[in-house]
Design a protein around this ligand. Structure first.
Ligand SMILES: NC(=O)c1ccc[n+]([C@@H]2O[C@H](COP(=O)([O-])OP(=O)(O)OC[C@H]3O[C@@H](n4cnc5c(N)ncnc54)[C@H](O)[C@@H]3O)[C@@H](O)[C@H]2O)c1
Ligand SMILES: [Zn+2]
Ligand SMILES: [Zn+2]
Length: 361
């Protein structure tokens, strides 16, 4: 039996999203039906509705969610009805060439629900990042449902499902930030500020937040930035060098998704340092760098997909840190909104008014 609920759908490139009736099937083998409790509005949802990810419209948006397992299909053992879970957009298959070589965070065959969710007329929906959680119910592969402590607030927990994990993981896993390191983070939105929080947790000494918006920079300080730079009035590369004894940072994290900030990150790095690209570029973007500089500066240029995380290992760990008072996830929740307010939340994000608007059910 399919359940009819309301979902936030992007029907065509650039069009405002709409709340429409959708059909969510009961879980089949290996699937879990989740009653969504909260879902954050991430910039990647906006990338989808702008057609910057792919053209598989209509999209069912929302992918930063927590919820309660409503029911499970045959063979599911990792979760049971009533469990409080964060939904992950990575559920390693265990059998692809990447999983087999011991790097499941690069899994090339991450699992999603086999059955499609559809519009009321039967048109299949493309769920954002294989989730689609701006809806009262969503269907996922049970491996995407990661059980966590029910003590965590649903709004805060949901954010771990994308932006927080992407940012913290970019610092801790991809960038391998360590004790005493210097770090610069370009773009202090939800993802960038999570990278700042991750750099602090990892023991970084100097943490420099760069943004164009003073509100974002004030938040960056609250998450652990020791210095901030407004790149609309100050050259961030020169200022980062000045703040690091003329050398540049050990790890430069790009959390905007733009060639301008990527190039700044590249040059703001110390010799043999690391650039981590976590911002998602659009298909038309290009960078041009002198190859001699790429060679001569050494180090590594890395991309970070979902913070190179393993959700089943990392989500419960981050929720424990939150419950111990060592990671302030609540501070990322700028406002809670209704499911009909996602389009307006995109505009607030574009105007820089929020770190995260979170839909609550
Ligand atoms: N790699 C991943 O796994 C992953 C996961 C989630 C999100 N993302 C991506 O991360 C990026 C950030 O997401 P978000 O939700 O934090 O978005 P956001 O819109 O909240 O934050 C982006 C920030 O960048 C700032 N910015 C824009 N241009 C800038 C410039 N030239 N210099 C300095 N700062 C600038 C903005 O003021 C804003 O504060 C997006 O591209 C998103 O798609 C990637
Ligand atoms: Zn795999
Ligand atoms: Zn996201």
């Amino acid at each position: 039996m399919a359940h009819q609920v309301n979902g936030v759908v992007a029907a065509a490139k650039g069009e405002p999203v709409k709340l429409v009736p959708i059909l969510v099937p009961d879980p089949g083998p290996g699937e879990a039906l989740i009653r969504v409790k909260a879902c954050g509005v991430c910039h990647t949802d906006l990338h989808y509705r702008e057609g910057a990810i792919n053209d598989d419209f209509p999209f069912l948006l929302g992918h930063e969610a927590s919820g309660i397992v409503e029911s499970v299909g045959g063979g599911v053992t990792n979760v049971a009805p009533g469990d409080f879970v964060i939904i992950a957009w990575r559920a390693p298959c265990g059998t692809c060439r990447s999983c087999l070589r011991g790097t499941p965070w690069y899994c090339f065959s991450s699992r999603n629900a086999a059955q499609p969710m559809t519009l009321a007329d039967g048109t299949p929906l493309s769920p954002a990042l294989g989730i689609g959680a701006f809806a009262e119910l969503t269907l996922v592969d049970a491996g995407q449902a990661v059980k966590i402590s029910p003590e965590a607030s649903p709004e805060a927990a949901g954010l771990v499902g994308c932006g927080i994990m992407a940012g913290i993981g970019a610092a801790m896993h991809t960038g391998n930030v360590g004790r005493g390191d210097s770090v610069a983070v370009f773009g202090c939105g939800g993802v960038g500020n999570a990278a700042i929080a991750g750099a602090r947790l990892a023991g970084a000494h100097t943490i420099i937040g760069v943004d164009l918006d003073d509100r974002k920079l004030a938040w960056a300080k609250e998450f652990g930035a020791t210095h901030t730079i407004n790149a609309s009035s100050t050259d961030p590369v020169e200022e980062i060098r000045r703040l690091t004894g003329g050398n540049g940072v050990n790890v430069a994290i790009e959390a905007v998704g733009s060639p301008v900030t990527y190039e700044q990150a590249f040059y703001a790095r110390d010799h043999a340092g690391t650039v981590v690209l976590v911002g998602v570029p659009s298909p038309d973007m290009k960078i041009e760098l002198p190859l001699l500089e790429v060679f001569g500066r050494g180090g590594s240029l890395k991309s970070s997909w979902y913070g190179d995380c393993l959700p089943s290992r990392d989500f419960p760990m981050l929720i424990d840190l939150y419950l111990q008072g060592r990671l302030d996830l609540d501070r990322f929740v700028s406002e809670t909104i209704g499911i009909g307010d996602v389009e307006e939340a995109f505009h607030k994000m574009e105007r820089g008014e929020v770190l995260r608007s979170v839909v609550v059910f």
